[in-house]
Design a protein around this ligand. Structure first.
Ligand code: GLY
Length: 372
């Protein structure tokens, strides 16, 4: 059963997003019309191939699509220059042509790395996103941002390169560890916070069920609502010159927190985003932009979902101080001429882009927050 199809309307680069519980089995049928010849290369990681690889392979074989498979180590460290080199050399070895389509099969790490490899390979080949984590299904697989990390920060080396299709199989989420589910859930909450107060209300009522065993239909609804919201922003502003920046809500604080721990499992991306969204609400209250009760409601829901909502709840680290956090935030891609842009909240469902945020006031807020 195919429960949902959306389109990201980008003219010649438009593509469909298919969402449902049995999408992997339909991969061959959905991909065939897009292929120049019946062959592809799957790039995945060890965990994903062990948990879901057979379903994807069967889906391709059912449509007589031949494939090679490249398996990478799991984890954020894979978003590196070394793995980018490894994967592009391996793809060239398999004889990938410019008109071929390769498959990114995994979470955000695989999607970001493979998307960048596809952007570079023979100056650009096509790729399909088959996201298997909740975070990738609701955010990173849609919209064409691809990247690896630098020693200077996360996602600092990348390109915009849209996939030719996104296949979000919600049954694949059943083998995802609970902590990864919660981390992905933070990005779902983000869509409610930035522009859809009703969806946030739905999440308050249904989030616990969605995160539990048997939450499949609710997950599919949340994935679809999230992808729909993201598609509309990407259509308006593909290259993030304006409104697309709203999708970075919580991320400027969050990326700094991730950097403190060296992008490792101590703090997952989605957990950093949850803490970052809580900080963005607290800072919005501090600036007199947002009613305190909205910040309290947001933090109550994130905390009830098992996500961090303040700095004191994070693992201790000497690097968790205001000056260091500001220095890390200055590496954000939205910094222009030394000025920081923050996405803040006027209310739940009403976010705003604040250019040239005051560094002094941010520093005094972070000093208070890190001291408490
Ligand atoms: N993850 C934010 C964006 O795709 O713009």
């Amino acid at each position: 059963m195919n429960t949902g199809k959306l389109t990201v309307g980008l003219g010649a680069r438009a593509y469909d997003i298919h969402i449902g519980p049995d999408i992997l089995e339909q991969t061959g049928a959905l991909l065939s019309p897009l292929l120049s010849r019946p062959r592809t290369v799957i790039i995945t990681d060890e965990n994903v191939t062990a948990a879901q690889g057979d379903r994807l392979k069967a889906g391709l074989l059912a449509a007589d699509i031949d494939f090679d498979i490249i398996v990478l180590p799991p984890g954020e460290q894979t978003k590196s220059f070394a793995q980018l080199q490894h994967v592009t050399e391996r793809l060239l070895e398999t004889g990938v042509e410019r008109t071929d389509t390769i498959i990114a099969f995994g979470g955000g790490v695989i999607g970001d790395l493979v998307g960048l490899a596809a952007a570079l390979l023979r100056r650009g080949c096509r790729f399909a996103q088959i996201p298997t984590s909740l975070l990738a299904q609701v955010d990173s697989a849609v919209g064409g941002k691809t990247a690896i990390n630098s020693v200077h920060g996360k996602n600092l080396v990348g390109a915009f390169h849209q996939p030719c299709i996104v296949l979000a199989d919600t049954r694949a989420l059943e083998t995802l560890p609970a902590r990864q589910m919660r981390a992905g859930y933070a990005e779902i909450v983000k869509y409610g916070l930035i522009g859809d107060a009703d969806f946030f209300g739905w999440l308050e009522r249904n989030g616990a069920a969605l995160l539990s065993q048997g939450g499949g239909p609710k997950r599919a609804h949340a994935v679809k609502t999230s992808c729909q919201a993201k598609a509309r922003l990407v259509e308006q502003d593909e290259r993030e010159q304006g409104v697309r920046a709203l999708l970075n809500f919580g991320h400027t604080f969050g990326h700094a927190l991730e950097a403190v721990y060296g992008y490792c499992d101590t703090l997952l991306h989605g957990e950093a985003v949850a803490a970052g969204m809580a900080l963005a609400f607290d800072y919005s209250v501090h600036q007199g932009l947002c009613p305190p009760q909205d910040a309290a409601r947001v933090k109550a829901h994130l905390a009830a979902s098992g996500l961090p909502v303040n700095i004191s709840g994070l693992p201790p680290s000497e690097a968790l101080n205001a000056d260091h956090l500001i220095a890390l935030m200055m590496q954000d891609k939205k910094v222009e001429q030394g000025r920081i842009t923050l996405i803040l909240a006027e209310a739940i469902g009403k976010s705003v882009i604040v250019k040239d945020a005051s560094i002094d006031s941010l520093k005094s807020f972070l000093r208070e927050t890190t001291a408490s």
